[in-house]
Design a binder for this molecule. Sequence first.
Ligand code: GLU
Length: 308
Amino acid sequence: MKGRFAPSPTGHMHVGNLWVVFLSYWSTRRQDGEYIVRIEDVDTQRSKAIYADHILEDLSWLGFTWDEAPTYQSERLDIYERYLQELRNQKRLYPCYCNRARLQEISSAPHQSEAHHVYDGYCLTHEPTIGERSPSWRFHMKNIRGSFQDIYRGAVDYEIQSCSDDIVLKRWDGMIAYHLAVVIDDYEMGVTEVIRGNDLLPVTGHQIALAQALRLPALQYGHVPMLVDAEGYRLSKRQQSITIRDLQNQGATPERLWAWFALETGLLTIGDLPICKKITLSELLAIDIPKNRLEQDTIKLTNFDIVV
Ligand code: GLU
């Protein structure tokens, strides 16, 4: 069994990331599995090396350990190219010359979700109008109605439509898409269990379809509730005083931060905590997490002040 934390280094680690890394780490260590950290920095415009360094420092400060040296997706581009070639050989990859204006027009149509943009299959069915720039490369989906068993959410059904769900795997500027890198790396690194936020549920079917086309084994998925603030906004979108660095700067120690975190997320009640209101990550690994706590869509945090 192998679990992973796969942060995108586009900002400092925040409490929303802490929730996901804690739950995946808890699950892995409880199963005596191996744990790895993978820096998902394929998005070269938004990723910064300094954030990656800080995320790794924060994780160590919090008490996490990992069993292999962290990997960086930006150093693995030749591996992704190999798989792209395989999809090309299977005729599942086609060049798309649609420009931004055209894609924007399609994406202002109804039924667009935040998670992915619907395409209309234009470049699959038309002779390419080759423009000045290189094409992006789309994965041609088959119509699929599928289902997977999620650790927390039970059977999750998904539906994928040929053409409209043809996702870009490599952008015209050479950037490899998250979907491709994540599917390949989980396989190449021997990951068996993926615990992540339920904001990724709408794209899990696409990732499964891609893995199937590449004949990669199925993963066990567990999609956990998103943490939100008192107004219902996702913590990942909330900018102030919520990064681990901010909490450190306010004087938090790892033990106080974990105690606050466990109370706020409902992993522990005040009666379960030692009188000193301090707890370590290894002590937290011993607690049993009520499964129904993780079946909800969101968990509200209200109190950001008690840490120090
Ligand atoms: N790098 C992704 C993120 O930070 C995580 C992807 C995943 O867990 O599959 O949102």
